[in-house]
Design a protein around this ligand. Structure first.
Ligand code: HEC
Ligand code: HEC
Ligand code: HEC
Ligand code: HEC
Length: 121
């Protein structure tokens, strides 16, 4: 019994580490909250993207709002965009993604804007 528990501890630690850094594995976005997908997955190499784009504040995407105002310094990376942005139909979630992703790309004049540049076959 004791031996088993001792073996379990490193296993639990490994799972915690792997899941904690799992965003490193994101290479595309294909959100299962959508009822149906009309487009191929969107290219998004999470860590590489954020390094190249020099986004150091996780809250730029994983934001927290209180009483309609964005809370500086607070982050929500433990929650899916769809938890807060899926409202009845696929449109609400799609525009949350598009406003965040394309919004910054057009503001910075860097990064893809055209459908096929993100939704790659
Ligand atoms: C440019 C936008 C953006 C930035 C900046 C960003 N992320 Fe993410 N991240 C995403 C998106 C989009 C997802 C997928 C969310 C979903 O599935 O609902 C995600 C998912 C995650 C996940 C969940 C991984 C999984 O496998 O479920 C973690 C953890 C995470 N991000 C951590 C971070 C941390 C830590 C930072 C800051 C160092 C950060 N993110 C910055 C966009 C971003
Ligand atoms: C904990 C809940 C929560 C999570 C998680 C969350 N948001 Fe939001 N988001 C909000 C709230 C609340 C607002 C402000 C009210 C509004 O406009 O819906 C907002 C506003 C926005 C806006 C500006 C309004 C608009 O639609 O243009 C965008 C874009 C956005 N979120 C995209 C995202 C993306 C992409 C993710 C995942 C990386 C995400 N949000 C995760 C709650 C959340
Ligand atoms: C706060 C600004 C910002 C946000 C938010 C953002 N991007 Fe970007 N993105 C950039 C910049 C800047 C570049 C160009 C980086 C470079 O110079 O290579 C870029 C480049 C890209 C590229 C091409 C380079 C690559 O990594 O393949 C893709 C694809 C991309 N973004 C997808 C997304 C998606 C999908 C989202 C939303 C989940 C998103 N971006 C959100 C700023 C942003
Ligand atoms: C900057 C990257 C980017 C660009 C450019 C972009 N999208 Fe998206 N789009 C996304 C992301 C991220 C999602 C959410 C992830 C997913 O597909 O599940 C999404 C989701 C969608 C969805 C809902 C999911 C689905 O597959 O049905 C549709 C429809 C869509 N996009 C159509 C378009 C069209 C049409 C254009 C061009 C006018 C476009 N997108 C341009 C990133 C982008």
């Amino acid at each position: 019994m004791k031996k088993r528990i001792i073996l379990l501890i490193p296993l639990i630690m490994l799972i915690a580490v792997v899941s904690g850094f799992s965003q490193e594995n994101i290479t595309q976005l294909y959100d299962s909250a959508f009822k149906s997908h009309q487009r191929p997955p969107a290219a998004f190499q999470h860590d590489r993207h954020n390094e190249q784009a020099k986004i150091f504040d996780c809250g730029v995407c994983h934001h927290v709002y209180e009483k309609g105002k964005k809370v500086d310094g607070a982050t929500s990376e433990d929650r899916k965009c769809s938890e807060c942005h899926y409202k009845d139909d696929d449109m609400s979630l799609a525009s949350a993604y598009h406003n965040r992703c394309k919004g910054c790309h057009s503001e910075k004049k860097a990064g893809p804007i055209l459908c096929g540049e993100c939704h790659k076959k």
